[in-house]
Design a protein around this ligand. Structure first.
Ligand SMILES: NC(=O)c1ccc[n+]([C@@H]2O[C@H](COP(=O)([O-])OP(=O)(O)OC[C@H]3O[C@@H](n4cnc5c(N)ncnc54)[C@H](O)[C@@H]3O)[C@@H](O)[C@H]2O)c1
Length: 284
């Protein structure tokens, strides 16, 4: 009993004080929320994005939730190694070495962007320029981030990489949710093939690098989030919710604690794994 009491009072390993965490795609929908999760447990956060516009607003979104957060921003293209090395060197000069890398940037086609009746995302007409871009960001980009920041972690013999995959990394998109009739025959706006392909590839990279760097103290894990509510059309909201055992979409804040868990020593005996948080969608 005395031991149990002592145990319950031990310091939590869900602690990122003194750590620097870099979140790619930091100006997007989820990047700032990952920043909040990391800042809440004491990390200094760097939000990195290819676009400067939106980065300051993203920084404010973190500060609105964690007033005392330390949040930096950086502009870089993750498909360009030199651009990433510049960011790494600039922050190292300021005494900040990246201890946690969250590979969150992606080309994430929002399905509501397609005009009603327009045809998009078909395999037959899939734009090869888009295919190359998706592979560039979703595969080459995350590899380069791991190469630049992960190798530095390996040299220092400590670090954690969190790869943001998708439920579409482990299951096929059910295109019927985009159909006006619910029938596959009537779908005109398809979730493009590039997205699930790069997300599945991410899991291969996740396992490869986990074993490659395990003996150097760097852990590599993936989060598999489900669809996040962002004012999608009602019909889509309803169709997806029906396919989720919890009966709803995720709130954008619901991954914050998982990111902190994967980034910190709270997950110290975990590497190469996939944490599925999809409201149960993939088990149905
Ligand atoms: N939103 C969802 O419903 C959902 C669900 C499951 C998984 N995810 C995954 O979560 C992550 C974040 O999703 P989101 O909805 O916030 O996406 P988002 O499109 O809002 O943000 C992605 C960000 O990545 C940036 N980016 C793109 N190319 C880049 C490059 N070359 N270099 C640097 N930055 C670049 C974009 O500028 C953008 O700000 C993605 O990996 C996505 O696949 C999202």
């Amino acid at each position: 009993m005395a031991n149990e009491q002592k145990e319950s009072r031990r310091t939590s390993s869900l602690n990122l004080s003194g750590k620097t965490a870099l979140v790619t795609g930091g100006a997007g929908l989820l990047g700032p929320e990952h920043g909040v999760g990391l800042a809440r447990y004491g990390a200094t956060v760097i939000l990195l994005d290819i676009i400067e516009d939106g980065l300051e607003e993203a920084r404010q979104r973190v500060l609105n939730q964690i007033a005392e957060a330390r949040v930096e921003t950086a502009v870089a293209d993750i498909t360009n190694q030199a651009s990433l090395e510049r960011v790494r060197d600039e922050f190292e000069k300021k005494g900040m070495q990246v201890d946690v890398l969250v590979n969150n940037a992606a080309l994430n086609p929002k399905m509501m962007d397609c005009a009603e009746g327009a045809i998009s995302g078909t395999v037959e007409d899939y734009d090869m320029v888009l295919w190359e871009k998706e592979i560039g960001v979703g595969i080459t980009g995350i590899f380069l981030c791991c190469r630049v920041f992960g190798s530095a972690m390996a040299e220092r013999k400590t670090g954690s990489i969190v790869n943001i995959a998708s439920d579409l990394a482990i299951q096929a998109p059910d295109q019927r949710v985009y159909s006006p009739t619910g029938r596959m025959e009537d779908v005109t706006n398809f979730k493009p093939i590039g997205y699930p392909v790069v997300k599945a590839a991410m899991l291969g990279l996740n396992r490869y690098l986990a074993t490659y760097w395990a003996h150097k103290g760097v852990r590599v894990n993936a989060l598999i989030p489900g669809a996040v509510f962002n004012n999608q059309p009602d019909s889509l909201l309803k169709e997806v919710s029906r396919r989720v055992p919890l009966g709803r979409w995720a709130d954008r804040k619901e991954y914050q604690e998982a990111i902190a868990f994967l980034a910190s020593e709270a997950s110290s005996y975990m590497t190469g794994q996939e944490l599925v948080m999809d409201g149960g969608r993939s088990i149905w």
